[in-house]
Design a protein around this ligand. Structure first.
Ligand SMILES: [Zn+2]
Length: 240
């Protein structure tokens, strides 16, 4: 009488396995592909991509909230934090183009990405403040107001850096018009100069391939570096 237990268990194991194939066949049917959120936890890159496209499409804070509410909820960001940050994001000035050279195009793309990254970080920080207020039993709106004051300062620094990137890229495009795609890097190698700028001094870079450290003048706040004609035989800085 060993057969019944032995025969009994394999079908029991097979039963759940048989259920799986029909489930796998459902996706190809594609009845409602956009209605179900991605089941796996979102990667930061996925959230950034969604924010990038929403920031490009939204004209008002309300539209931004509508476009992002679902994906932000999946990413753990509540509506209160999203609404507050969306209003802040609308105060971010649009990039003013001085030309259409390759360096400025890179700077525009970089600025858009940094803006999206800032929005996610801001949402996460404000959400953390909301969670902390709730767990401590303190007023949530006060916590949001306080968090947003900090975000306003962060935003000002990011906007400044973005404008700096455009100005630096504009200078690079101008030099590229005069000397070609290969350009020289100049820094002021005094005590205020950072190691990366000092290392880049009198090396070359390509206008259409931003160096890993950024274009001269945008490597860090108060970067005093500038582009020039290329240095003969100098090494080319690694690019991104
Ligand atoms: Zn510098």
């Amino acid at each position: 009488m060993q057969a019944p237990p032995g025969q009994g268990s394999p079908p029991a194991r097979k039963a759940p396995a048989r259920k799986a194939p029909p489930r796998q066949q459902k996706p190809p049917a594609r009845t409602a592909p956009q209605q179900t959120p991605p089941p796996a936890p979102l990667t930061p890159a996925q959230v950034i991509a969604a924010i990038l496209s929403a920031l490009g499409a939204a004209l008002t804070a309300a539209q931004l909230v509508t476009l992002l509410a679902k994906i932000m909820a999946v990413a753990g960001i509540g509506l209160l934090a999203l609404r507050a940050v969306a209003v802040l994001m609308m105060s971010w000035p649009a990039d003013v183009l001085e030309g259409t050279g390759p360096a400025q195009r890179h700077a525009i793309r970089m600025n858009a990405t940094r803006r999206a990254q800032f929005m996610l970080s801001a949402c996460q920080r404000v959400q953390a403040a909301v969670v902390a207020a709730r767990s401590q039993g303190t007023p949530v709106l006060d916590a949001i107001r306080k968090a947003m004051a900090a975000e306003q300062r962060w935003l000002a620094a990011h906007v400044h850096a973005s404008q700096n990137r455009i100005a630096a890229a504009s200078a690079v495009d101008g030099m590229a018009d005069a000397y070609g795609n290969l350009l020289g890097w100049n820094s002021v190698p005094d005590s205020r100069c950072t190691p990366e700028c000092r290392n880049a001094n009198h090396k070359n870079f390509y206008a259409d391939r931003p160096p890993a450290i950024g274009y001269p003048g945008s490597t860090h706040p108060n970067c005093r570096c500038w582009p020039s004609a290329p240095f003969k035989g100098a090494r080319v800085l690694p690019s991104t």
